[in-house]
Design a protein around this ligand. Structure first.
Ligand SMILES: [Mn+2]
Length: 423
């Protein structure tokens, strides 16, 4: 299914007068509103190929109909999200769930929908059918070199798939670790992982980046080989200039100060990628911004500051939504996530950085808090709507999704029983 410009324009018509009034009154209050609209209208977040179907828990999975059953249909779904939001012009592929059987055809399909290929993702956290060696006791860290070699070969193959599609980065997240004390020699596991990563890194084209994700627990509950940003940073430093740390919001122990981690990594130019979701207890994969919107705003404050004061040449991070939807329509959920990310970003862009710096230099704690909270308490819905409108997107993308009956159209096209590969 594809939505055309005319349908969006017709939908926008009814909301246009009120929107313009809101914009005029907001412009009177904020001097730099044009700049914020411009930044938001150029901002894009990659959609992972596994997020377009019904997510499941370890107890069950409930479909919702019209799920994309192949990569082409997944691209079409991202096309729908992008047409409505104008902020999702990239897909992040997961191998082997979404192996492009005909790279040229997939590339052409993506191009026709205005979609690029963001970071590729490897998978050594499951055994695949016909696979010779099992990852039950780890992959890149495994005690048996044959298993490590197999996992290295898989990652190299993922790079090759990415090269064929025009991707420029590989994200590695490892489930490797141990469930019981004594099971694993920590130092050996770390060294094995490093030497496996070195082999993968050597296969990386010179214009690619390698992102190393970390996670403190799950699926292993006693230890994880890459447990935190410090470990990821050590590995990336040992690999070389093309390797970076990737921060996933859900991959921290409760109450970790993630904005501080972001600032520290950017100080050294080491923040390569960012995975958005939200979390109440652990890696809950909840929609972005539903639990801790203020934390997200504070993270974006560091990102904005880091990008504006970039003496360490931190690259623009690769942005991706990494959540799993088991109740909501995943397309609606992704739209809500995009809105939450852009809300936090727009609010962070409204922070008066000069005034904040002066408050900080004067140790005026009250004033510093006031500056942050003034920006956080600004309603930026109109800014987001205007950014979309200028790109021919929908003033209210969720309402448009519902008015255009997108899910019903997808069910008509694909049936009620179609299921997507992925989680
Ligand atoms: Mn992630």
């Amino acid at each position: 299914m594809q939505i055309d410009k005319k349908q969006i324009a017709t939908f926008n018509k009814n909301l246009l007068v009120e929107h313009k009034e809101n914009l005029t009154s907001l412009s009177k209050k904020h001097k730099n509103i044009e700049q914020v609209i411009d930044t938001i209208s150029n901002y894009n977040i990659a959609i992972p190929s596994w997020a377009l179907g019904a997510g499941g828990t370890r107890f069950g999975k409930f479909g919702f109909g019209g799920e994309p059953s192949n990569l082409e249909q997944k691209l079409e779904d991202i096309g729908v999200i992008n047409t409505l939001t104008k902020s999702a012009n990239a897909v992040s592929l997961h191998i082997p769930w979404d192996i492009p059987k005909d790279a040229e055809a997939i590339k052409a399909k993506a191009k026709s929908l205005g979609i690029q290929f963001d970071a590729m993702n490897s998978n050594t956290f499951q055994d695949q059918e016909g696979q010779e060696h099992s990852y039950k006791f780890g992959s890149l860290c495994h005690t048996d070199k044959k298993v490590r070699d197999q996992a290295v070969a898989h990652n190299k193959q993922v790079i090759d798939y990415g090269v064929a599609l025009g991707s420029k980065s590989l994200t590695i997240w490892l489930a490797d670790g141990s469930n019981f004390p004594g099971q694993l020699n920590f130092r050996r596991a770390f060294e094995n992982t490093l030497s496996s990563l070195k082999e993968i890194y050597a296969h990386l084209p010179s214009d690619w980046k390698l992102f190393i994700e970390y996670k403190p627990y799950e699926p292993n509950f006693y230890s994880m080989v890459i447990q935190d940003w410090g470990t990821s940073h050590m590995l990336a430093k040992d690999l070389g200039e093309q390797a970076y740390t990737l921060v996933d919001l859900g991959h921290h122990l409760p109450n970790t100060n993630i904005e501080h981690i972001v600032a520290t990594l950017m100080t050294r130019g080491m923040l390569g990628g960012f995975h958005f979701n939200d979390s109440k207890y652990g890696d809950d994969d909840l929609s972005v911004g539903v639990i801790k919107p203020y934390q997200l705003f504070l993270i974006f404050n560091e990102l904005v500051f880091g990008m504006e004061n970039n003496s360490s040449n931190n690259p623009i991070p690769a942005w991706m939504i990494d959540a799993s939807h088991n109740l909501k329509d995943p397309l609606e959920d992704l739209i809500q996530s995009i809105e939450a990310i852009e809300t936090a970003y727009a609010k962070a862009l409204l922070i008066d950085q000069e005034a904040l710096e002066s408050a900080q230099l004067n140790n005026d704690v009250v004033e510093a808090q006031r500056i942050l909270q003034d920006a956080f308490n600004t309603d930026v819905k109109t800014i987001l709507a205007e950014a979309r409108l200028r790109n021919d997107g929908a003033i209210d993308p969720i309402l448009a999704f519902r008015n255009l009956e997108v899910r019903n159209e997808l069910i008509k096209e694909r049936g009620l029983k179609s299921t997507a590969t992925g989680l």
